[in-house]
Design a protein around this ligand. Structure first.
Ligand code: FES
Length: 111
C-alpha cells in the first residue's frame, strides 16, 4: 500500500508548468496539467538530459525545451518516432495538496 506525503500546494505549481521536488531519488519534476492533474517524472529528458520541468505541458505530455521531444507524463515515454523514456512516480492531489509516494519523497538526508 502506498504511503503518501504532502509536498506542497497544487497552487504552488503553475498550470501547464512544473515544480522541482528534491527526493531521495534525485530531483523529480511535478507537473500540473490544464485540468489540474499532477504527474511526477524525472526532470532529465531521455534525449540529452534537457530540463523537462522548463517545458510546456499540453494534455498529459510535456515538450522538452531543448529539441522539442514530446514526453508522456503518464508513462514517461518519448512520443512519435523518438525512443526512450524517463521514470515516473506515483503522485496525486487531495484537497488542494500534492501527494507523492512517501518512500520516494523522504529526504535521503534524514536516513
Ligand atoms: S534534450 Fe530533450 S529533446 Fe533534446
Amino acid at each position: 500500500m502506498t504511503e503518501w506525503i504532502d509536498v506542497g500546494a497544487l497552487n504552488d505549481v503553475p498550470v501547464r508548468g512544473a515544480r522541482i521536488i528534491k527526493t531521495r531519488e534525485g530531483c523529480v519534476a511535478v507537473f500540473r496539467t490544464a485540468d489540474d492533474q499532477v504527474y511526477a517524472i524525472d526532470n532529465s529528458c531521455p534525449h540529452q538530459g534537457g530540463p523537462l520541468s522548463e517545458g510546456i505541458v499540453h494534455g498529459a505530455a510535456v515538450t522538452c525545451p531543448l529539441h522539442n521531444w514530446v514526453i508522456s507524463l503518464k508513462d514517461g515515454a518519448a512520443q512519435g518516432n523518438d525512443k526512450g523514456s524517463v521514470r515516473t512516480y506515483p503522485a496525486q492531489v487531495e484537497a488542494g495538496r500534492i501527494l507523492l509516494d512517501a518512500a520516494l519523497a523522504r529526504s535521503s538526508k534524514a536516513a
